[in-house]
Design a protein around this ligand. Sequence first.
Ligand SMILES: [Fe+2]
Length: 548
Amino acid sequence: MVPPLVRKSSGTCSSSSECSSSSYHHSKVSLPRQCGALSLPSCHLAPRCNHDFTSNFAPVEEIGEPILITDHIEGEIPKAFPEGVYIRNGSNPLFGGLKSTKSIFGNSDSAWVEGEGMLHALYFKRKSDENDGGSSYTVEYNNKYVETSSYKLEKQSSKPLFLPAVKGDSLAVLFSLMLNKLRFGENYKHYSNTNVFEHSRKFYSVAESHLPIEIDILTLNTLNQWDFNGTWNRPLCSHPKRVVETGELVIFGVEATKPFLEIGIVSADGKELVHKVDIKLDRCCLCHEIGITQRLIEYEKEKYARIGIMPIYGNADSIKWFEVAPHSTFHVINSFEEGHQVVVWGCRALDSIIPGPEGGLNNDPKWFSRCYEWRLNMETGEVHEKYLTDGPNQFMDFPVISESFIGIKNKYAYTQVVDPIATSDAGMPKYGRLAKLYFEEQLSSEGDDGEREEEKVIKVEYHEFESRNVFCTGLAFVPKQDGLHEDDGWIIAFLHNEDTNVSQVHIIDGKKVSDKAVAKITLPCRVPYGFHGAFLPISFQPPTPSSS
Ligand SMILES: [Fe+2]
């Protein structure tokens, strides 16, 4: 039985308010292609819609071919900045979103996270002639949808087909899942919108509901799904982790039926799955990220929280579990071994931001993540846990580190800082500054009652944007080639100014995070808020005769 779709009027989806490009293009920018908001269908295709199409969460049109933007750079791209691609994934709902349902089972609503993945890429190419008096780089921008099977299906039908299956009443969501499966053979629409990663010089778009999809990084064209020659038959996590010493890739995947969570290891050349293990959980739970040390894996789950430590080639019987205080942690900053202890740093909230029936975030601190430390003693089984940060700007997420320190004790990390008021107003997470964490520089902490606490917090340095209405996404760290120190490099992020409706990419010196950006690159169109970014080094120089 198909639950009836209930048509409700809504003032938020009747039209797109920004299709006119002149209203938001920076005055200095005059580019050949215009990129307005996505042309939305009439409301009968989205009878009940919570999206605010006037905000920067609204989708944009696909450009699909590179646009040269070198002349729109304020400051200078550092000469030591590597060639490569800065790329960010994010939700760009086709047709503006999904239909919503209302039935005897309750409501299920379209959620922004269910939007199709769109890749936004900046190509940094070193000029062969550096004596032209201008930038040493040419910079191009492109965006493109990840063309999954469900994207193609809905695009061909010119309307949304899948029912929303993330946000709503449990029974209504369950029925949406069942109907999607019956009608299209899939519980969820394949929205490959969360992250981009590289392995063995191939590039993949991924969301944890499906397999990763290979992308032609130069054109952003969609290639094939990656299932390791048919040996991985379940979704793959959004955050696979590369083992620094071996180059192997640690992956995991969650399913709603047994086995609920499997962990795998992919060979360094990407050609085979060399290890796969069911860790024999007795229930399904959301698991977004794991951490690795040089030889161990840790895994977390929300509610009844515990962290498991398993040798990298171990199995369910070799996991050592540690009970920890209940929490919700989406992102691990890093984990490493120190004596008999495994140290895990993550962004920990008291409750999950996955929306329930009401959806939306309010200004309740329980939704927001703070940087946190768990110390797990492998000999005694003891756990010591504490917050690492406090103060007025203590809520942070989307952490990044220099990738060569994954699984190894690091000194620094970089995060996006939550703006609680803007987030509460939007009902969606917004990040109003950046931060650098100094793990080896400790300060005294002040407790809630004003008393000085024994626990120390770490030093945090902030990078402020030029306006309170500027927000960032897609933070990544770009290591300097041949850099001597862990923080030799730059942080890079997409920013959007809601006062001017202009989107930029900023490059900030990793050693001088509180200084103003060394380069601000104005983009030819609005870039909606999104999820994870990555910098992927690529040489664009033609091979020399000796190397060919
Ligand atoms: Fe994530």
